[in-house]
Design a protein around this ligand. Sequence first.
Ligand SMILES: [Zn+2]
Length: 391
Amino acid sequence: MTHRVRRRAFLVGLGAVVCLSFAAPARPAHAQGATVLVGTRVGANRHGEDVRVKRSVGAPSGYPHRLQAIAVARMAGAEPAVVVRGLDDRWHPFEVTANFYGGGTSADNTYVREIYGLPSSVGLDEERRRVAAMVGGSDAEGAVRASRALAARILGVEVAEIEPIASSSSRKADKINVNATLTEVDGTHGPASSNDEAFVKGQKTAIEIRRGALDSTESVAATLFHEVQHELDYELTQRLADRYEAETRRPFTRGPTFTTWLLKRDAKTLPRADGELASDIADSTNGSTEATAGVRTFLAAMDAGATAVAAKKLEAYAAALTGVPRVRPQRYNPPTGPYVIAALKVELETAYRRMSPDRKRAFDGAFATIKRSYPSAWISGFDHATAIPRR
Ligand SMILES: [Zn+2]
């Protein structure tokens, strides 16, 4: 027997997000992933053309954030592309048969809660040259408008979602801040409208992208994915700080009291790795969230088929752990405890086992490089034989 449940999807707040009511049969979670949508019609675009799903890109289990799925679509070169929030509440990137940017009419597709059409990525290099030629010319305002529109197309979002800024202190939450003055790093994440990195309960955070990083579509997509991971980790910490207050009836304070509480929760309701991650973030220690962002960005690029970008980002992470300034002059600490590292090794190995032989070769090649160049980094100690502990 099939249970039918009628629900209403909520609005993300962008013009191009189409909300759908749908009739959802009850299904096991594994049946709700990306593959069920391949071949189905998700709607018609503004020109009345049918939009059908041609192929699913990225991890079959999708991504927790719309921008991460968009970044994967860009790294995979899916064109035209949509991202869909499925019944599993995860965002899935797809290549489709016709551009859905700006929305249209949606089909009554059982598996779709929300759908967002990416702007076209065709002809981006030509557009980069056209905008570069405008900069410094007589139409300064036109150049600013054109470079903002270009940033939106490169990153696969609406123009309104791009916030051009000249200083990190003016970065805004819920925008992709494109900073013309950022140096040394391709992206950052931190408290909105502030340079103070300390964790503050209730604080909204913001993502920044270095304007120059927009020169490479695939690489900047990987950077966006990475910074969104930091935001997700920060939001998890905020929810756990709320839970701490609700359960202890004491005001949240960061430090040993919060850490002890986190690590004493039942691991069934709070995985140890999440507790360790939240403890690090609350203490403004970057180790756990950098490890999570580093590993997941590597896997996202790998799953998108952007294997060169994946290898470059993995090497940048390993280099930053050892302080060797060959790739980027950054310095990261490793996670403070064992749980995040153990969980990330399981994630790496689980993803590896479902990869095609070609991707496995690229994965192993990337690890061979970091093992050679940065043998002391924890990530270089990843080993297929021991990544998933035997019970
Ligand atoms: Zn980072």
